[in-house]
Design a protein around this ligand. Structure first.
Ligand code: HPA
Ligand code: ZN
Length: 350
């Protein structure tokens, strides 16, 4: 059944926030290092005996005013330097997952950036084992599922991505796929054609950030050269009508991150965000939080603020939640289970 066949009851605008917060949903675009709240950065720095170039939590939070993606990445990579031990990675991931569970996220696929850590001498196994143990415990303790997607940073050469893949080989049973992130403009997807082809041979799922700040051409090459299964961000697709048609025809999911786009000045305001345009064109868009500790909101804030600003309806809410499960990398049986729960939720919401 397509989402259009599910009759969604009309919900008054003042009841939409409650609907959005309580509906079950998946989060598919979330960098786990972007969940490091200033308080956690300070407590990990203290635990690990590290000095921070900020005097207080408040001073660090005040630095979170970004002009573009690069100005954010500089602070984001510096913050991630407090992660040293396996327990640090575990604590960070479990804190995010516990928060997500309270927001009725029933499944999360988490990005991580191993090169940020291995470049500082932290072993791949420290990173993966800590994050993976949190994903396993989330199922037992929080009743949600979670899995890991390893990102290659595109500001470094493909050779480094191959080395990272080599280091990850013993842990591929703990990683469901690979992605491509970091500074986009000037670092097009096709620079990573060979390493993505190798990951494809290894049976890994493939995604890539494209069309966040970069042009539609980067989305085309993520599709045609890297052969990705989802596009992360992808909002610049609206500038290219034949690309829009291609995305619709292929049911290619876009993992859209509205508050991230606002904070990184991709759109001047949430009211100017093109999520409604994408959805109404038939694109399989989803809503995600990207780096919630830095962008002023976790998943439910992304939903409620975007709906308030853009006039999206309860039908859009259903479509977005449904898309999040359909676009996830869980198996068909699990997907059915999540969608059944979603349908039950919408049938009984009043
Ligand atoms: N874009 C690119 N790289 C990133 C992002 C993002 O939004 N967040 C963390 N790394
Ligand atoms: Zn991202």
């Amino acid at each position: 059944m397509s989402s259009n066949e599910f009759r969604v009851p009309d919900v008054a605008r003042d009841r939409l926030p409650a609907l959005l917060c309580a509906m079950p949903k998946a989060e598919l675009h979330m960098h786990i290092e972007g969940s490091l709240e200033p308080e956690l950065i300070f407590s990990l720095a203290q635990r690990n005996g590290l000095d921070l170039p900020y005097a207080s939590v408040e001073e660090l939070r005040r630095a979170y005013a970004f002009a573009d993606l690069q100005s954010f990445l500089d602070i984001y990579y510096a913050g991630a330097a407090v992660l040293i031990h396996e327990q640090d990675f575990y604590d960070m991931a479990l804190a995010y997952l516990a928060r997500a569970a309270t927001e009725n996220v029933t499944h999360a696929e988490l990005f991580f950036d191993p090169q940020t850590h291995t470049a500082r001498g932290v072993a791949m196994q420290t990173v993966v084992n800590g994050l993976h143990r949190a994903c396993v415990d989330a199922q037992r303790q929080l009743g949600m599922t979670a899995s890991l997607i390893m990102c290659f940073v595109r500001h470094l050469p493909e050779k480094d991505a191959f080395e990272t893949l080599e280091q990850a080989m013993p842990f591929l049973d703990k990683i469901i796929g690979v992605g491509l992130d970091s500074g986009e403009v000037g670092n097009p997807p096709e620079n990573f054609a060979r390493v993505f082809a190798r990951c494809r041979e290894l049976g890994l799922h493939l995604v890539a950030h494209a069309g966040e700040e970069g042009p539609p051409a980067y989305i085309w090459s993520a599709l045609d050269v890297l052969k990705v299964e989802r596009i992360d961000h992808g909002v610049q697709a609206a500038k290219d009508s034949s690309l829009m048609q291609r995305l619709v025809k292929d049911k290619m999911p876009l993992t859209v991150c509205p508050l991230s786009n606002l904070k990184l000045c991709v759109f001047p305001s949430l009211a100017a965000h093109n999520l409604k345009t994408l959805l109404d064109a038939g694109i399989v868009a989803t809503v995600n939080s990207d780096d919630p500790a830095y962008f002023g909101g976790y998943l439910n804030e992304n939903f409620t603020q975007t709906f308030a600003a853009t006039g999206l309806t309860s039908q859009h809410a259903y479509t977005l939640a449904r898309n999040s499960f359909e676009a996830s990398f869980v198996d068909a049986a699990a997907k059915h289970g999540y969608v059944d729960r979603l349908n039950d939720y919408f049938e009984t919401f009043s």
